[in-house]
Design a protein around this ligand. Sequence first.
Ligand SMILES: [Zn+2]
Length: 326
Amino acid sequence: MDFFHHGMSTLVRTGQRVAVLLPGERPDSVGDLLARGLRRLDVDALAYGPVADAESAALAVASYRAHCLVGIPTQVLAVARSRAGTAIGKGSIESVLLSTDYVPRAIAKTLEEVWGCRVFTHYGMTETGLGGGVECEALDGYHLREGDLYFEVVDHETGEACPDGAVGEVVFTTLTRRGMPLIRYRTGDISRIIPQPCPCGSRLRRMDRVRGRWDGAVRLGGCTLTLSDMDESLFRLSSLLDYRVTVSKKGDGRSRLHVDVHKVEGESFTERQVLRTLNEVDAIRKCIADGCLEMPTVRFSPDGRWTTTGVSKRKIVTISDPVTLE
Ligand SMILES: [Zn+2]
């Protein structure tokens, strides 16, 4: 609650309103703790909960006249791209805080364009006790919750600590926890400690924005395809709300990508547009040219029928092609 109280004080001021699009029904859930932290700032919070229907969530945010939104990247994107969300226009939502493992830049940029707001990101997970680190006004890396958590970046293979500035896997150790203490807990997230002091003047160390996850990458021939590369291309498509990618590996060493797309209801959106955008991803273009990747297949989910990944981490799913296994 202390962390939420102080972290949110860079986003909102006394008398403002925050719509919290995170689970908040139960006592001590993330939404509940956030609302209680905000109350200390005399900031009102609407515990809306996760977004199941983007249009209704956007209407709730608009009628509440929220100054700030807190939510999961793909869900807040869906709110911004809904009819009521776009109608909110610029100037009323001043800031958005996106929370989970990592935030595609393309989503943050879209929100800045639609609402004219500043987009902050938060880093944390259940294991960190929710809050882990949050960006300040410099918007350049998360200030870590160092009073309770000791963060290190280690070599993914050897587990040896990396020097500050070097990219590796984020691990953390709990310093004050009595139940379920963790020592060098491996998050699977890829980042680095920023060695330079922050322009905001805080002495809390900063961790760079998470670049992806070790399980968010797959080897295709001589290239590595990462989910974050695909995110940065696909989320620029204005009719796209979310997607899921499956890689099927065939016996002959070739692979195929299957991309399931969730689009804005009623928008016409072609397979060709998606394929053209996928072709902008270096690893995909190279692998198709090398012959180790077949042309991707694209499927559109019927409007309104998409189960969001919610708070779980997004990843690339790899399967062995059942046809070639026979
Ligand atoms: Zn700072």
